[in-house]
Design a protein. Structure first.
Length: 209
């Protein structure tokens, strides 16, 4: 569960012109901290990255940016992908827009049926939609790809995975949100879909498996 720190005065202080007094620091001073400090500024170099991987294709290290700073309607995280790897499967969101700000490295982005090169200074915008907006970033072979992933935090959300034919549904919290608040999370193969009226015979079968 994400912890939202209170705005309080910590860290080193450097003198600034009088009139700065927000977020708890003494007027005329400003707190300087690493990572998530006491105000709206997040220092990327101070964030602690958490690694995740799956098989040979997927690997990354990441750290939440927006949620620990108190944002609830905007998601953002720092992502570092090793050379030749991908962070997540090729997917689209039906309920959320995403944007990726490339900080370091080079790579490619699959978007729908096309592939584009990306490098530091590029911004990749992925609107919500069907497979035509499905996307996936891949780091180049020469080194890691470092970027900030930004998204809206709408729920419920439905994600499609065109490569594997899966659908994932989240309700209660958006993808990347607080898992403790998630009321429903499930993944299905689209080939397993049933008719809307399947097993609806008017009888009470609430306990039926």
């Amino acid at each position: 569960m994400v912890s939202y720190p209170p705005w309080r005065k910590t860290g080193r202080r450097g003198k600034l012109p009088a009139g700065i007094g927000r977020y708890g620091q003494t007027e005329g001073e400003i707190a300087v901290t690493d990572g998530h400090g006491t105000g709206p500024v997040v220092r990327l170099s101070g964030l602690s990255l958490q690694e995740q991987s799956h098989g040979e294709a997927f690997s990354c290290a990441m750290a939440a940016i927006a949620a620990p700073a108190g944002a609830t309607r905007l998601g953002a995280r720092l992502v570092v992908v090793p050379a030749g790897k991908r962070a997540w499967p090729f997917h689209c969101h039906h309920g959320n827009d995403e944007m990726f700000v490339i900080l370091e490295g080079t790579g490619t982005v699959r978007f729908g049926t096309d592939t584009f090169r990306v490098a530091a200074g590029d911004v990749v915008v992925c609107p919500s939609g069907g497979p035509e907006t499905a996307h996936q970033l891949r780091a180049g072979e020469e080194g890691p790809l470092r970027y900030i992933a930004v998204s809206t935090m709408n729920e419920p959300d439905v994600m499609e995975y065109p490569d594997s034919g899966k659908v994932t549904v989240f309700a209660g919290s958006a993808p990347g949100g607080d898992k403790a608040s998630r009321r429903f999370a499930a993944s299905y193969r689209q080939d397993d879909a049933v008719d809307y009226w399947d097993r609806e015979d008017g009888q009470d079968h609430a306990s039926r498996p």
